[in-house]
Design a protein around this ligand. Structure first.
Ligand code: ARG
Length: 436
């Protein structure tokens, strides 16, 4: 391997081009305004930077230097001569690279938050359209209690809402202007850091120049936030995979989100959902990667920190892609409400309701739980369900059973009874939909 290639980061930090130029323009403007370099030189540099940006955007420029910062300066020198060297007054690549990453992440955070909002909107729409559909709710992936599908599905909306709040909170820590820390000790030149912050849209400046060039915790925090959102979406993807299987048949994915098999002609595999589930591995990996890079580094800047960028860029792209694909996938999914309802017939899903029935007749819940457990065993043994037990059979287990027990044996009734705040009754779900 060529030695230069080993230290180089240009292959990936080229992604920061625009931000590096924005940062240099603001810095150069400040140098001119503060009389640190002649205003005329400042103008020449800014014009040169703008022309580089234009050519880069139009695809006319390819950078080949060690990293994006040196490449842009070299290109500037080609265009305007030695005066280009004045741009780096009172600055180091150490504070410059943090600036670029912060500017980049501020933009990406806004995009990610928008995409989360959009996904929450889609989840709400699907819930709204299928508001009163009943499905079996699960614990341990076993039928547990009937629940409204909309209720189950909206839980992902709440997870995403917290994810969004985490990203917005992270934004506060990203929104700090680092330039002026220089290598790590600050600078002797009379710079105006607040001016640069204002020019670049930062709400504050960093307060300790050593910390400024050493800190990557804002990135680790972001990677952690990405890990959580991808974990949530991986769970949703997993449910989509299970629900679209022949065994469940709760949903049907639109054709664009399934792929065939190269050998089995009948297959419609949920590859997109599987990849969403699988990509969680990348976001966790990126988090662990940067945590490990940073562990035990002495202050202040160390070249190890150059390796913050690949995990960062990868998680940004991964999260944006997952959100886009998932949003569209659930927007086009078909819900099989009949299958969901008929599946409630398995597994004595109303056992809790029967126990609650006895409890409401002033039996201690524990006793009721025990009795209903016995009834379930009796049914299994005699190949019966609650519905075809006679009143005589019910009464064998407790004399508190009356004919009214048959009214309890209704899935809709069961969901409707759960009117507690955040419960699964229609009115409670309508309320949470409004709140979300
Ligand atoms: N490419 C470097 C990075 O990403 C820029 C900073 C280089 N600073 C240094 N002292 N060598 O971290």
């Amino acid at each position: 391997m060529k030695l230069e290639k080993f230290v180089s980061s240009i292959d990936y930090d080229v992604k920061l081009t625009k931000y590096d130029i924005f940062g240099s323009i603001a810095h150069t403007k400040m140098l001119g305004n503060c009389g640190i370099i002649p205003k005329n030189d400042s103008k020449k540099i800014i014009n040169g930077l703008n022309s580089i940006l234009k050519d880069f955007v139009n695809g006319k420029l390819k950078f080949t230097g060690e990293d994006i910062h040196t490449s842009i300066e070299t290109e500037l020198k080609k265009r305007i001569g030695n005066v280009a060297g004045k741009m780096h007054t009172a600055r180091s690549r150490n504070d410059q690279v943090v600036l670029d990453v912060r500017l980049y992440l501020k933009d990406e955070l806004k995009i990610i938050v928008e995409k989360i909002d959009k996904t929450i909107g889609t989840i709400k729409n699907v819930a709204q359209k299928n508001l009163s559909v009943i499905m079996p709710g699960f614990t341990h992936l076993q039928n547990a209690q009937p629940v409204l599908f909309s209720h189950w599905f909206l839980s992902y909306g709440w997870m995403l809402k917290r994810d969004k709040e985490r990203f917005l909170d992270c934004y506060k820590r990203v929104d700090v202007m680092p330039l002026g820390a220089a290598a790590f000790a600050g600078t002797e030149f009379p710079i105006d850091r607040n001016f640069v912050a204002k020019e670049l849209g930062f709400s504050k400046i960093s307060e300790n120049s050593v910390d400024t060039v050493s800190d990557r915790d804002f990135l680790i925090e972001f990677l952690f936030d990405c890990s959580i959102v991808s974990m949530h979406l991986s769970r949703l993807a997993e449910e989509i995979i299970i629900w679209s299987s022949q065994q469940f048949g709760f949903i049907k994915l639109s054709g664009q989100f399934t792929t065939g098999s190269s050998i089995m002609p009948q297959k419609k595999n949920p590859d997109f959902a599987e990849l969403i589930r699988g990509k969680t591995g990348r976001t966790y990996g990126n988090l662990i990667s940067l945590l490990t890079v940073m562990k035990g580094l002495p202050l202040s800047y160390n070249r190890d920190m150059q390796m913050d960028k690949e995990p960062l860029f990868d998680s940004v792209e991964t999260i944006k892609n997952i959100l886009d694909v998932l949003s569209e996938m659930i927007n086009t999914v078909k819900i099989n409400s009949e299958k969901m309802l008929s599946s409630c017939k398995n597994g004595f899903i109303l056992a809790t309701d029967v126990a609650d029935y006895l409890t409401s007749k002033s039996m201690p819940f524990r006793t009721a739980h025990n009795i209903v457990g016995k009834i379930v065993n009796y049914c299994i043994k005699n190949k019966k369900s609650f519905n075809n037990l006679s009143i005589v059979e019910w009464k064998k287990f407790s004399d508190k059973f009356e004919k009214s027990v048959f009214e309890v044996l209704d899935f809709r009734k069961s969901t409707e009874l759960r009117k507690s705040n955040g419960g699964t009754s229609l009115s409670s779900v309508k309320q949470q939909l409004k709140k979300l």
